[in-house]
Design a protein around this ligand. Structure first.
Ligand SMILES: [Zn+2]
Length: 273
């Protein structure tokens, strides 16, 4: 018999803006004389769990650096510690980083961005929208997860359209607040769509109750999926759009009518198709 000793681990899934923490749960399970770590997923696509031991002075706790959790499944045993050492480990972890555990949407072994795909602009056909931030944008597009993100100058309540067809893996719209405060980083409403090549498109900062799709829905290119806003860490209304390979690695994307061109900050672009 195994039993779940304690659910929840602080600082688990602290990374990036996907807010997967509502879909993945880390648990400690007692088994014979060991405590083993288990991840349970309620996501509809695989999730890669990456564990790294940072503190080499502590005896080995991370046994598998990469495990993939299948939809609605669990994986255990990637971190294992003797029951007598468990309290010591927890105590030490409060003081310093012993290991890190991150979860990312998608199975990195089965995904590669199709760089020939041409995206449609996520705003209304015929409309012109100004680019507020582009690839390697100086204010917030610097990390691996967002260096190829684009900020479209859309107002709160503007319609958001799918830039590419796919399946909705995540949709959240209960957050109400926005601003340039650190604690709002993970409080952006968003929609994440899985594409045929295994990449994921994220539409962020949507307005409160601003999603029209839900987990599991199929969407077509150009489908109206929600409403723009300014929730989460945001200096004002805009749509943050980014495409990532699993592992939260953003990739460059190009749009219809502007194939191969990097959009320029401050310039207005028209959706022609
Ligand atoms: Zn942005």
């Amino acid at each position: 018999m195994t039993k779940v000793v304690l659910a929840l681990l602080l600082s688990f899934l602290c990374n990036y803006i996907y807010a997967q923490n509502t879909e993945v749960e880390l648990q400690y399970v007692e088994e014979n004389d060991s405590i083993i770590f288990q991840v349970k997923s309620t996501a509809i696509i695989p999730i890669d769990v990456v564990s790294k031991q940072v503190d080499t002075l502590f005896s080995k706790v991370v046994y598998k650096e990469l495990v993939t959790v299948q939809p609605y499944d669990s994986v255990r045993g990637f971190i294992r510690v003797h029951i007598d050492d468990f309290e010591k480990l927890k105590q030490a972890r409060r003081e310093r980083d012993i290991y890190t555990v991150e979860a990312h949407y998608g199975d990195r072994r089965n995904a590669k961005h199709d760089s020939t795909y041409v995206y449609t602009f996520p705003f209304k056909k015929g409309k012109k929208v100004e680019i507020q931030q582009t690839f390697f944008g100086k204010s917030s597009h610097k990390s691996i997860a967002s260096r190829y993100a684009i900020d479209f100058g859309m107002r709160t309540g503007d319609k958001v359209y799918a830039a590419r067809e796919g399946i909705v893996v995540f949709a959240l719209d209960h957050f109400t607040e926005g601003g340039k405060r650190k604690e709002l980083t993970r409080k952006a409403n968003k929609i994440v769509i899985l594409h045929a090549d295994g990449t994921l498109g994220a539409y962020a900062h949507l307005m409160h109750k601003g999603t029209l799709v839900k987990k599991g829905d199929s969407v077509t290119k150009g489908q109206h999926i929600g409403y723009s806003g300014s929730t989460g860490y945001s200096g004002g209304p805009h749509l943050h759009f980014v495409v990532r390979e699993p592992g939260d690695i953003s990739v460059p994307i190009y749009f219809e009518g502007y194939e191969g061109l990097v959009l320029k900050r401050g310039k207005r672009y028209k959706r022609k198709h």
